[in-house]
Design a protein around this ligand. Structure first.
Ligand SMILES: Nc1nc2c(ncn2[C@@H]2O[C@H](COP(=O)(O)OP(=O)(O)OP(=O)(O)O)[C@@H](O)[C@H]2O)c(=O)[nH]1
Ligand SMILES: [Mg+2]
Length: 286
């Protein structure tokens, strides 16, 4: 690498992950025609968790935008910078429509995790939500977890109430500073849900903020050394393989959609939906 004084070139000669930026329409079509592999499940529930401000709501809006072909802002995004409390607090579903129909997956945005907050409350709520015990309308509360006595607690969840994939949204620009307490929380969640075979995917957001090269040209995402490093950090910290990590740029200040943004978002979605469906296949054959 660079000789004395010269800056190292932050770009690899060849992309380290093969990625076809021309596959947007194919991905869209595949996702529009996706059918679930279990007769009792009409839509698969996907939970989205992550630190406050990581871009969870923006990721769902970006998926919606990619299908609509215009910028959508259905999930409310906090536009004030530096907020330490989660902007999204109510548990409710977010479905995607495309080609005149509603796609068979529903996203549930969980309130952002805060490292300082009591370990119990938020981790328990997330684990309960994964297992289908949390009803829509529940307001996540940082001090107390939902208990079986609560009206919004489902004691006997059906298959459709359960989540088939947990998505961790991680900010590429902050991953190196991730608080050890937050990592511990994620580890607890991982242990509890991995036992039940629930797939997990990391969506690494804000690649535009993490790497100037990628900010200029999103197609450099897999030749950027910074992005590769941040993905490796995500993998090491959360304990998921690199193959489960998808870097994306969410729509945040754009007024038009762009194919390069869409294709990365749709690829992450394809992986999420496919792993959730694999889980359904496993359940069926259990
Ligand atoms: N540059 C850039 N900004 C982003 C990206 N994703 C999200 N943002 C911005 O980051 C801020 C937080 O995004 P949200 O989507 O509200 O984050 P959240 O995870 O839902 O946060 P809470 O609901 O508060 O837990 C907003 O100002 C977004 O516009 C991205 O990929 N790139
Ligand atoms: Mg949010």
């Amino acid at each position: 690498m660079g000789s004395s004084g010269s800056k190292p070139i932050p770009e690899l000669d060849k992309p380290w992950r093969e990625f076809d930026f021309g596959q947007k329409e194919a991905l869209k079509e595949k996702l529009e025609n996706f059918s679930l592999s279990h007769p009792d499940v009409k839509e698969i529930k996907i939970l989205v968790a992550g630190q406050v401000g990581a871009g969870k709501s923006s990721f769902m809006n970006s998926i919606d935008s990619a299908f609509k072909g215009r910028i959508s802002s259905r999930a409310l995004v906090d536009t004030t910078t530096g907020g330490s409390h989660s902007f999204t607090q109510n548990f409710k579903g977010f479905t995607i429509n495309s080609g005149g129909k509603s796609l068979p997956f529903v996203f549930k945005d969980i309130m952002g995790l805060e490292p300082e907050v009591l370990v119990g409350a938020q981790t328990d709520d997330i684990i309960n939500a994964v297992f289908g015990h949390v009803k829509d309308g529940y307001k996540f509360n940082e001090k107390e977890a939902l208990t079986h006595k609560d009206e919004l607690y489902t004691s006997d969840p059906t298959l459709s109430d359960q989540a088939f994939c947990l998505v961790y949204v991680i900010d590429a620009d902050k991953v190196q500073f991730t608080d050890a307490k937050l990592i511990d929380k994620l580890k607890i969640i991982r242990q509890r849900i991995s036992d039940k075979g629930i797939p997990q995917v990391i969506v690494m957001t804000k690649v535009d903020e993490a790497c100037p090269l990628v900010n200029e040209d999103l197609r450099k995402i897999y030749t950027s050394k910074i992005i590769k490093k941040r993905m490796e950090m995500c993998s090491a910290k959360i304990g998921l393989p690199l193959s489960n990590i998808f870097p994306v740029k969410n729509y945040h200040d754009e007024i038009n959609t762009e194919d390069d943004v869409d294709v990365l978002i749709l690829k992450a979605l394809e992986q999420i939906v496919q792993s959730a469906n694999d889980r359904l296949v496993d359940i069926q054959s259990d």
